[in-house]
Design a protein around this ligand. Structure first.
Ligand code: HEC
Length: 155
């Protein structure tokens, strides 16, 4: 019958289209997987470069973090003067508020906080802190404390 011949061709077309769609979707899925995997590898690599989070409990800005900032950062990031990048690190409020462009602390996630990346010297060297001739980088212990402070809620 003519009809069955016609629908046979139609079925073939449908099958071929399905196959093509399936292949496209598979490719898309693979591409998505590769991208996601790539990102997590990149994130892992950065995480591995970060000094470990301090195991100290109850880390606060007032007792643990302000002394570090006062000694190394506040000469440039002083809210009572004109802080560089608009970032005042001399108070908890200023630190959480961030710079004129962006927040630098992601409360609860130190590995994603620009402040941590900048002192751990990860990413663009222009953003490495502290800046300035002869500036001494923070120690891994100091960075670990800052991480713990952020991960514990930046109180
Ligand atoms: C000698 C001056 C100086 C010192 C010391 C310094 N900074 Fe900075 N900081 C700057 C300048 C200038 C910028 C502006 C952007 C740039 O040049 O990267 C900046 C930018 C930043 C930013 C990025 C703000 C943004 O989102 O644009 C962070 C975070 C930061 N500083 C943290 C710190 C920390 C933490 C310390 C101490 C460990 C510190 N800085 C010490 C000069 C300084």
């Amino acid at each position: 019958m003519k009809l069955s011949g016609g629908s046979g061709v139609l079925m073939q077309v449908v099958r071929a289209t399905k196959k093509l769609l399936y292949m496209k979707m598979t490719k898309l899925a693979v591409a998505t997987l590769v991208a996601a995997f790539g990102f997590s590898i990149a994130a892992l690599a950065d995480d591995a470069k970060l000094p470990p989070t301090s195991t100290n409990a109850g880390v606060t800005y007032a007792t643990d973090i302000k002394p570090i900032f006062d000694a190394t950062c506040v000469k440039c990031h002083d809210g009572t003067k004109k802080p560089r990048a608009g970032l005042a690190l001399n108070t908890l409020e200023g630190t959480l508020k961030g710079s004129k462009d962006a927040k630098v602390v992601v409360v609860g996630d130190s590995a994603k906080s620009d402040l941590v990346l900048s002192v751990a010297h990860i990413g663009d060297p222009d953003t490495f802190m502290p800046k300035g001739k002869g500036a001494k980088p923070l120690t891994p212990e100091q960075i670990g404390l800052i991480r713990a402070w952020i991960d514990q809620g930046a109180k």
